[in-house]
Design a protein around this ligand. Structure first.
Ligand SMILES: C[S@@+](CC[C@H](N)C(=O)[O-])C[C@H]1O[C@@H](n2cnc3c(N)ncnc32)[C@H](O)[C@@H]1O
Length: 266
């Protein structure tokens, strides 16, 4: 690796080693964490966030589709979607971090149909229902992650699709390995969970699911677990089921017997 690239990586690594700041609200912590590394975000995350192209491929987004990305960061998904992004009816990219959104705005400036929106993914809603919502390594960074899932369900047309790629804690994972990853990522505000994928599988009709591991920059020999899920909105109202539980953590009700007609828990 050229010395200049390593020096740029060192800035990102220093930020990661210091961890996500604890002062301020969620949006302020994101901004403090990402602003110093925004210019190097894409180059470093290209080696850390695996499966993003595979998610886009599996979504097979068509011209005329109404698409939303929640937690879009620098808008790099546009590179993976390519020219097709300009053929969507509209594409709303939502994030809470101004420093990353600034990069996204420059990246998509040439597209008339793409809006870059500073908003909270747990509450923001599009102007009209959409065909597809996807999240790429964002669910683990959103403390009220189940509220996002309810919000996605509320913005999809009947039969609309959700796509998620993210780190997780696999049930088959070694106890110590899972504990290491939980602590390692948690330091940077990335909260790995064993609940995200079962929740998605329970609430959406599974179309595609991949569970894999991939290398982490500067941690030779270690492979972080991640998954990729594509599911279809079901007629059962996810939002109502989740809303019933308010802002309480979902683990208890998640473990209850599935509602009639819902797929069982894994
Ligand atoms: C690891 S980054 C992933 C960015 C991008 N999707 C990618 O694949 O490169 C997680 C993103 O989630 C955003 N985020 C975290 N909490 C959010 C929230 N409540 N609403 C919207 N975006 C949020 C962060 O600002 C950050 O851009």
């Amino acid at each position: 690796m050229p010395a200049a690239d390593f020096a740029a990586d060192a800035r990102v690594l220093w930020r990661l080693l210091r961890g996500q700041p604890t002062a301020g609200n969620h949006a302020e912590r994101l901004q403090a964490f990402y602003a110093p590394q925004a210019d190097r975000y894409d180059a470093f995350r290209a080696r850390l966030l695996h499966g993003r192209q595979a998610l886009i491929d599996r979504l097979n987004l068509q011209p005329g589709a109404r698409v939303v990305e929640l937690g879009c960061g620098t808008g790099s998904s546009v590179m993976r979607i390519g020219a097709r992004a300009g053929e969507f009816a509209h594409f709303d990219m939502v994030d809470l971090c101004p420093a990353l959104l600034e990069v996204a705005r420059q990246r998509v400036a040439r597209f008339q149909n793409i809006r870059v929106i500073e908003a909270d993914a747990t509450t923001w809603q599009p102007d009209q229902p959409v065909d597809c919502v996807f999240l790429s390594y964002a669910l683990t960074m959103i403390p009220d992650w189940w509220q996002v899932i309810a919000n996605v369900d509320a913005m999809l047309v009947p039969g609309g699709r959700i796509g998620v790629v993210d780190f997780y804690l696999p049930p088959s994972g070694n106890r110590w390995g899972n504990a290491l990853w939980r602590k390692w990522f948690g330091h940077d505000g990335v909260h790995l969970s064993e609940e995200h994928l079962p929740m998605l599988k329970r609430l959406f009709a599974e179309q595609s699911c991949l569970e894999a591991r991939a290398p982490v920059p500067y941690l030779p020999g270690l492979q972080a677990p991640y998954y990729l899920f594509v599911g279809e909105r079901q007629s059962a109202p996810v939002a109502l089921e989740i809303a019933d539980h308010g802002s309480a953590s979902p683990p208890d009700w998640l473990k209850k017997a599935p509602a009639a007609g819902m797929p069982g828990m894994v």
